[in-house]
Design a binder for this molecule. Structure first.
Ligand code: IMP
Ligand code: MG
Length: 179
């Protein structure tokens, strides 16, 4: 797996530091409240696990599935989400937790769907933000790092279901994407 890596963009240490900062920000902002963290599967699983342990508040943790990429590294511009979330959002302070904000289509669709269920507040948190790739205007309330316009893997992010368990965020060698 490590032989496929061209370059590490965000190291394990840098991510740890930033996640701690995000957790502290969220803790301060929601002092005295309970939170509902909704992770967008599957890419969020590592980030949400680490972030939730840096938030010093009562947290309910739920997951939603959204997919726009399938097995390719080129977006299909179509977002599939479960319309029936299967849990209650009404009157709760909700933060949607995403691995990466890319075209903005996923978070735009999820945000619109959840707003309709009348949460007390609704915020979004993305570890990475590929600002250059935006197709619809959407900004996260909490962002870990601005990410260059490259397909990245690791810390939950995959390429064809591989590399999610790498502890850092990296770019693969070009030949990996073409084989
Ligand atoms: P958006 O709807 O284009 O903003 O898509 C965001 C989703 O696409 C993320 O939740 C990821 O699952 C996936 N994605 C976007 N960029 C990358 C990448 O560089 N590596 C892995 N997955 C990505
Ligand atoms: Mg995702």
């Amino acid at each position: 797996m490590k032989n496929d890596i061209k370059e590490i963009l965000f190291t394990e240490e840098a991510i740890k530091r930033r996640v701690k900062e995000l957790g502290a920000m969220i803790t301060k902002e929601f002092e005295g409240e309970k939170l509902l963290l909704i992770g967008v599967l599957k890419g969020c699983f590592v980030f949400l696990a680490d972030l939730s342990r840096q938030i010093d508040l009562d947290c309910e943790i739920r997951f939603l599935t959204a997919s726009s990429y399938g097995f390719s590294s080129v977006t299909s511009s179509k977002v599939k989400i479960d319309k029936d979330v299967g849990f209650d959002v009404k009157d709760k302070h909700v933060i949607i937790v995403e691995d990466i904000l890319d075209t903005g289509l996923t978070l735009t669709a999820l945000h619109a769907m959840l707003v309709g269920q009348k949460p007390a507040s609704l915020k979004t948190c993305a570890l990475l933000d590929k600002q250059e790739r935006r197709e619809v205007p959407f900004e996260a309330d909490y962002t870990g790092f601005i990410c260059p316009n490259e397909f990245v893997v690791g810390y939950g992010l995959d390429y064809a279901e591989k590399y999610r368990s790498l502890p850092y965020v990296a770019v693969l060698k070009p030949e990996i994407y073409t084989t």
